[in-house]
Design a protein around this ligand. Structure first.
Ligand code: GDP
Length: 439
C-alpha cells in the first residue's frame, strides 16, 4: 500500500540526515521533496501546498530538543499532519435505531456490493447485530444475484423484489420486513452508474428522503485517485453523506484518494477495504494509516487482527507443547491456518515496521504456504506427531505424495528442526531473558 509515496517521503527526510539543526535551507529542500511526493501520489496541488506550509510553520516554530534529531522531529511533524489531513480522530459509526438504516452509494464497480457484504459480516460477527441486506438495484438483475451469493456466504438474509421497479418502495418494504423479522440493521445496496448521472443521484436522494438513514456511506475505488475525489464531491453535494469507504487498498494505490478526500468533502473516511475476502473490512484510523504511509507499519492493527482470530484454548495447548518440546507438524499446520485466517499475507507483512518496503516487489500470495501444507498433508498422523520418526525413505514417500522434490522435503525438515531447536533453547532460558523479547 502506498509504497512509492513511502519511499519518496523517506528520501525527503534524508535531506536532514546528519544535520545538527533545522534551518531554512534544509527545511526548504525537505518540504519541496515532500510536496512533490504528495503530488506524484495524486494529491491535489492545493492540498499538497497547504500541507507543506503547515509542516513548515510547525518545524520553524519548534524548539530544538536535544534528545531528538531534526530528521526525527520532521518525521513526527509530518506524521501528525498526515493524521490530521485524514481526519485526526477515528470517526464514529452510528448504528443506533431499530432497525438502524445504512444507505450505500457510489459508482458501479466501486465495490459497493462487496462492501455491503463485508459490512453485514462485520456487524454480525463483531457487533452482535442481526443485519438484513437489501438489493435496491432495479436495473441489473445480476446485482441482486451477486448480493444473494454474498448473503449466503456470510449467513445474512437478503431482501429483494425482482419485479418491482421502484427503488424507494423496495427500501420501504425492506424496513417492514426487517421489523417483522427482528433485524436490527439494514444495509441498502443501491444502483450505481459508470459515471455521475442525474437519474441515479435522484434515485438515491429519494431513497434517502424516504428512509432517513442513520448512515450514508459513499464507496469509492481508491485506485481512481483524483477522480475518486471529484466523484465524492458530486455525491456529497447531492446526498450530504456521512462517511466514505475506500476500497481496493490492496491494489497498486498511490494514496491520493486517501489523503485528499477528507479535506475536499469534509467527511471522514469510516472504513477501508482491501481484498475480496468478506472478513477483511477495517475501521479507518487516521493515525495508523499515517504510520503506514511513513513506513512505520501498524503493529496495533496486527495485534488486533491476531487477537480476533486467537483461539485461547488452542493457544494454551500450544504453549504447553512448546514448553514440553512436543511441538509437531500438526501444530505447525494449525498455526499456518490461524495465520491465513488473519487475512491477506502481504497486507499483514506490511503492518510490520519496515517490512512493507522490504517485500514490495515480492510476490506473496495466500498460496505461499501451499507447498508446506502439501508436505504435511502427505505425512501420516503418526509422522506428524513424531517428527523424529521421518526417515529418508519416509521423506521419499512424502515427496512423491505431494509432487515435490526430495530436496524440498529435506529443506523443510531442516527448517522445522531449527525451529524446534530454537524453542528448546528458549525453554531453557529463564523467563524475561529471551532474545528479542521484552517483559
Ligand atoms: P459495485 O458495482 O459497486 O457493487 O462493485 P462490486 O462490489 O461488484 O465490485 C466490483 C469489482 O471489484 C468486483 O470484481 C469485486 O470483486 C472487486 N472488489 C471489490 N472490493 C474490492 C477490494 O477491496 N479489493 C479488490 N482487489 N477488489 C475488490
Amino acid at each position: 500500500m502506498f509504497n512509492n509515496l513511502t519511499e519518496r517521503l523517506e528520501s525527503a527526510f534524508k535531506n536532514l540526515k546528519g544535520e545538527a539543526r533545522i534551518n531554512d535551507l534544509n527545511i526548504a529542500n525537505t518540504l519541496k521533496d515532500i510536496r512533490r511526493a504528495l503530488i506524484d501520489a495524486d494529491v491535489n496541488y492545493k492540498i499538497a501546498k497547504e500541507f507543506t506550509d503547515k509542516v513548515k510553520e510547525k518545524a520553524t516554530g519548534s524548539k530544538v530538543i536535544n534528545a531528538i534529531s531534526p530528521g526525527q522531529l520532521m518525521v513526527k511533524i509530518v506524521q501528525d499532519e498526515l493524521t490530521e489531513l485524514m481526519g485526526g480522530e477515528e470517526a464514529q459509526f452510528n448504528i443506533t435505531g431499530n432497525p438502524a438504516i445504512i444507505l450505500i452509494a457510489g459508482l458501479q464497480g466501486s465495490g459497493k456490493t462487496t462492501f455491503s457484504g463485508k459490512l453485514a459480516n462485520y456487524l454480525k460477527t463483531k457487533k452482535g447485530k442481526s443485519p438484513l441486506l437489501v438489493a435496491a438495484d432495479i436495473y441489473r438483475p445480476a446485482a441482486i444475484d451477486q448480493l444473494m451469493v454474498l448473503g449466503e456466504q456470510i449467513g445474512v438474509d437478503v431482501y429483494s423484489e425482482r419485479e418491482n421497479k421502484d427503488a424507494v418502495a423496495i427500501a420501504q418494504n425492506a424496513i417492514k420486513e426487517a421489523k417483522s423479522k427482528n433485524k436490527n440493521v439494514i444495509i441498502i445496496d443501491t444502483a450505481g452508474r459508470l459515471a455521475v448521472d442525474e437519474v441515479m443521484m435522484t434515485e438515491v436522494a429519494n431513497i434517502k428522503d424516504a428512509v432517513k438513514p442513520q448512515e450514508i456511506l459513499f464507496v469509492v475505488d481508491s485506485m481512481t485517485g483524483q477522480d475518486a475525489v471529484n466523484t465524492a464531491k458530486a455525491f456529497n453535494e447531492r446526498l450530504d453523506f456521512s462517511g466514505v469507504v475506500l476500497t481496493k487498498l490492496d491494489g497498486d494505490t498511490r494514496g491520493g484518494a486517501a489523503l485528499s478526500i477528507k479535506y475536499t468533502v469534509e467527511k471522514p473516511i469510516k472504513f477501508v477495504s482491501s481484498g475480496e475476502k468478506l472478513d477483511t473490512l477495517d475501521v479507518f484510523y487516521p493515525d495508523r494509516m499515517a504510520q503506514r504511509i511513513l513506513g512505520m507499519g501498524d503493529i496495533t492493527s496486527l495485534v488486533e487482527k491476531a487477537q480476533s482470530q486467537f483461539d485461547e484454548e488452542q493457544a494454551k495447548k500450544l504453549e504447553k507443547k512448546i514448553r514440553k518440546n512436543q511441538f509437531d507438524f500438526q501444530d505447525f499446520l494449525e498455526q499456518l491456518q490461524q495465520i491465513k485466517k488473519m487475512g491477506n499475507l502481504k497486507d499483514l507483512m506490511g503492518m510490520i515496521p519496515g517490512m512493507g518496503k522490504a517485500i514490495k516487489d515480492v510476490d506473496i500470495s495466500d498460496d505461499a504456504f501451499k507447498g508446506v501444507e502439501a508436505m504435511i498433508s502427505s505425512m501420516t498422523p503418526y509422522e506428524r506427531a513424531n517428527p523424529d520418526s521421518i526417515t529418508p525413505s519416509r521423506r521419499q514417500r512424502i515427496a512423491k505424495g505431494c509432487g515435490k522434490e526430495m530436496a524440498d522435503v529435506n529443506a523443510f525438515m531442516k527448517q522445522f528442526d531449527q525451529m524446534r531447536q530454537m524453542m528448546k533453547m528458549m525453554n531453557k532460558m529463564p523467563m524475561g531473558k529471551m532474545p528479542g523479547m521484552r517483559r
